[in-house]
Design a protein around this ligand. Structure first.
Ligand code: OXD
Ligand code: MN
Length: 628
């Protein structure tokens, strides 16, 4: 059948609401695809698309596993492109907190007029020679009051099959949508084909990448990149950037957080959420295998949490996603046995190495294979000096594969949250764990998060960057307003969950990590949950409440950790840290910063002086030499 001249799956698009059809037709006229395919989300469709991509050489079947495939991206299209990710609002101040000294770091603003001009220069004819896939998807359980419906148009079959893993895709979504509005996502790899021309295996247009968001009209426009964070529009674009803006208007929070259930030896179960910057171990913590007897951790989500205060003043969380888009390097049977148990079925790997037996390998997975094909498709040997897998290579796996998926993972009302964690990679100065003194102090701690840069975006090296709430690349609106919103949510909660900061990455004099991490992180969670229940004393320090030196259960650890070094709050470090935070607040957030945040910073300054005698002295700070 035809709509405006286009064949749609060769059939009548029954059941597609007319406002959706009009929108599809509008973009088809601009992008000029060869044909249109509206996804029904069925297994048959999935198999058909994968078969087609295998024939084209876009996907390589991994014969060692069940229904698993490998994709290799263009080497220029391997991570989120933060510098080309923009938010478009009528007024700049609604996107970015500082109006005079624009730095772009807390949201890149573009005017609607300039964005329209860019769209007009990029999209006409961009899908020539390609199929336009239309993907109706639900973020959150289909039909839940807390879920949101989006539709993504894309000319990438890879994006279509990955979206089917990461979100709930199909006709049932359109049935629930009816004639309601939806989030409109348009994506093109930006590589039109002339008649008779063959497509590159990974078409993209790195010089022209644009990832744009229009919170005022609920639209996402993505051009030139097929990399997941840029092209799977339900994830960062909808669930975080537009999501945070919708959440502000509606009185909830959209956060870059995992959600997990922790069952304690007494059988009590508590849910936690935790925000860490990209590539800092959210997936590992989300499905941690506890090294303390009697504990069990179950996962609701590993990347995004939508947090709603319910009518009783309890904070509740849903995971809007349906899959894991996890970082492969470093994942192994020790660091994350449950991820390893999840990913060798129904998974699409991107940019990992291919082993001779039709399997995959990455750095930190286990013993090196003698030889393999690296992520660029080139022969690789164990003696090679380049990595076999890209540091930001990924597995895209359905949540249902996870053996420790929480029974309430699809509860339409969400799970109750008992504690909130922030964290980052901090080689020195920041204790293994500390607890905020109040909700307001916790919001300040979130605002002051810093972390070493990782491979998830285009940054190079190990510089320590501010990443407030681990949301720096994902804020959909003015960061000062975001902080005000967090402060106001605290007032809606009857018992606001306690807020903690954790740092698994502190290093000792020799540059080695002081804490074993992974399954032993349960020892830290145990302390936090006992603190939440008011069952433990703690030591008041400049940063907040720190465990007493025997506060954490460290029995049974192979090597006794240096708890003194792990929990130290060196005065000189914290003086410099507080001064640097003040500078950051002033230059990056300026007048938008709520006065409560200045108050919290003044209090930190005071506590640093009051507690200055207490600390293990500065040698710990000075002796640290960054490694690598
Ligand atoms: C991700 C990221 O892919 O944060 O989750 O980059
Ligand atoms: Mn993430």
């Amino acid at each position: 059948m035809v709509a405006g001249g286009w064949t749609i799956n060769g059939v009548e698009p029954n059941g597609v609401p007319s406002h959706v059809m009009e929108w599809i037709q509008h973009w088809a006229e601009i992008c000029q695809p060869t044909d249109i395919h509206i996804m029904d989300g069925s297994d048959e469709e999935d198999q058909m698309l994968k078969k087609m991509m295998v024939e084209q050489g876009v996907l390589i079947p991994l014969t060692k596993y069940q229904n698993c495939y490998l994709a290799r991206t263009d080497p220029k299209d391997v991570a989120r492109t933060e510098a080309r990710t923009v938010i478009s609002t009528k007024n700049k101040i609604d996107t970015h907190p500082v109006t005079d000294t624009y730095s772009g770091k807390l949201g890149h603003w573009i005017s609607p007029e300039d964005l329209d001009k860019k769209i007009q220069s990029l999209f006409p004819g961009c899908m020539n020679g390609r199929t336009m896939y239309v993907i109706p998807f639900s973020m959150g359980p289909v039909g839940s009051q807390l879920s949101r419906i989006g539709i993504e148009i894309t000319d990438s079959a890879y994006v279509s099959v990955c979206m089917r893993i990461m979100t709930r895709v199909g006709r049932q979504v359109l049935n629930v949508l009816g004639d309601s509005p939806f989030v409109k996502g348009v994506h093109s790899v930006g590589a039109p084909l002339k008649p008779g021309e063959h497509s590159a295996l990974w078409p993209c247009n790195p010089d022209k990448v644009l990832i744009a968001h229009k919170p005022e009209t609920s639209e996402i426009i993505s051009f030139g990149s097929g990399y997941g964070g840029n092209s799977l529009l339900g994830k960062k674009c909808l669930a975080l950037r537009l999501g945070s803006s919708i959440a502000r208007k509606e009185g909830w929070l959209a956060e870059h957080m995992l959600i997990s259930g922790v069952t304690m030896p007494n059988g009590q179960k508590k849910y936690i959420t935790a925000a860490f910057p990209s590539c800092c171990g959210k997936t590992n913590l989300a499905m941690l295998q506890p090294k303390l007897p009697g504990y069990k951790v179950t996962v609701v989500g590993d990347d995004i949490a939508w947090l709603h205060p319910d009518e009783n003043g309890q904070l509740r969380a849903i995971n809007p996603e349906n899959g894991f888009f996890g970082v492969a390097p470093g994942t192994n049977f020790q660091s994350n046995p449950y991820a390893m148990a999840s990913i060798f079925k129904d998974t699409i790997f991107s940019n990992v190495a291919l082993t001779p037996d039709g399997g995959v390998w990455w750095e930190g997975m286990g013993p090196k294979p003698k030889s393999c094909i690296d992520w660029r498709g080139k022969p690789w040997r164990a003696s090679s000096s380049t990595p076999a897998a890209h540091p930001n290579s990924r597995f895209c796996t359905p949540l249902v594969n996870c053996p420790v998926l929480d029974p309430a993972w699809e509860d339409p009302h969400g799970v109750p949250v008992s504690a909130i964690f922030f964290g980052g990679r901090r080689p020195s100065g920041v204790p293994l764990i500390y607890q905020a003194i109040s909700w307001e102090h916790g919001v300040f701690m979130g605002a002051a998060v810093k972390s070493e840069a990782t491979a998830a975006a285009e940054f190079k090296g190990k510089q320590i960057m501010h990443d407030p709430f681990s949301m720096r690349p994902f804020f959909g609106y003015n960061f000062g307003d975001y902080l005000r919103h967090w402060l106001s949510i605290g007032k809606l909660l009857k018992n606001p969950p306690p807020i903690f900061m954790v740092n698994w990455f502190r290093r000792g004099h020799d540059g080695g990590l002081l804490w074993p991490g992974f399954g032993d992180n349960i020892r830290v969670l145990e302390w936090a949950l006992n603190r939440s229940a008011g069952q433990l004393p703690a030591s008041g320090r400049c940063v907040g409440w720190v465990p007493t030196h025997d506060g954490l259960d460290i029995h049974g650890l192979e090597e006794s950790p240096d708890m003194e070094a792990l929990l130290a709050t060196p005065t000189r470090f914290w003086r410099e840290e507080a001064a640097e935070i003040r500078q950051y607040f002033k230059s990056e957030i300026g007048d938008s910063l709520p006065t409560e945040m200045w108050r919290q910073l003044d209090k930190l300054d005071k506590r640093i002086e009051v507690f200055s005698d207490y600390n293990v002295e500065e040698d710990e700070y000075h002796s640290y030499e960054p490694i690598g």
